[in-house]
Write a protein that binds this ligand. Structure first.
Ligand code: SF4
Ligand code: SF4
Length: 182
């Protein structure tokens, strides 16, 4: 049996207002907060949130500390960390041999931090930012060279660093913090 839908009717005389009531209310809220000096909207990228030092942002490899154990790649739940073969010259003996080095694919990484936690030599560390621009998908798949450098953080160069604090009376308040560069 076909389903019957009741026709929506609008009371005569109040039709237009009723139809646009939701839109008018939304515009009124927007106007109210536009003129509210306490509003806490982040004007990104002119402003950016300066995150705490222990924030789990992008990851950097210190190859000098890496012992090529592969634990970071084994524990990665997203298969973002992989091992690639690259030659390594021992500075003491001068001998070169192939070793397995970790590299990260940011197309897959979920920033869980397991790889950093499991590393026995602290060869991996997080930077405290999360807004990085990649031009294409290939760039997100790091090379051994790029994985050893902190990615460029453009908003920290051009924007104003801010933080949000909770004020007893005003609620969420945006404040400027000193030091634009990470
Ligand atoms: S942060 Fe998590 S998902 Fe990203 S590479 Fe490390 S273990 Fe894998
Ligand atoms: S866990 Fe640490 S030492 Fe082991 S391969 Fe990964 S980065 Fe290198």
């Amino acid at each position: 049996m076909p389903v019957e839908f009741a026709e929506k009717t609008v009371p005569p005389g109040r039709g237009i207002f009723k139809r646009f009531k939701g839109n008018i209310e939304a515009i009124a809220i927007g106007v109210k907060y536009f003129f509210d000096p306490k509003r806490s909207t982040l004007i990104y990228p002119k402003e950016y949130i300066k995150l705490r030092e222990n924030y789990r942002g992008f990851i950097v490899l210190n190859a000098k500390k890496c012992i090529n154990c592969g634990s970071c790649a084994r524990i990665c739940p997203a298969a973002a960390m992989k091992l690639i073969r690259r030659p390594y010259t021992d500075p003491k003996t001068g001998k070169t041999r192939m070793k397995l080095w970790p590299v990260i694919n940011y197309n897959r990484c979920i920033f869980c931090g397991y790889c950093v936690d499991v590393c026995p030599t602290e060869a991996l560390h997080h930077v405290n930012y999360h807004d990085v621009v990649f031009d294409n998908m290939e760039e997100m798949d790091q090379t051994l060279e790029s994985f050893q450098q902190a990615p460029e953080h453009p908003t920290a160069k051009e924007g104003i660093p801010v933080r949000y604090i909770i004020d007893e009376e005003k609620g969420l308040v945006k404040v400027r913090v000193e030091g634009g560069e990470q």
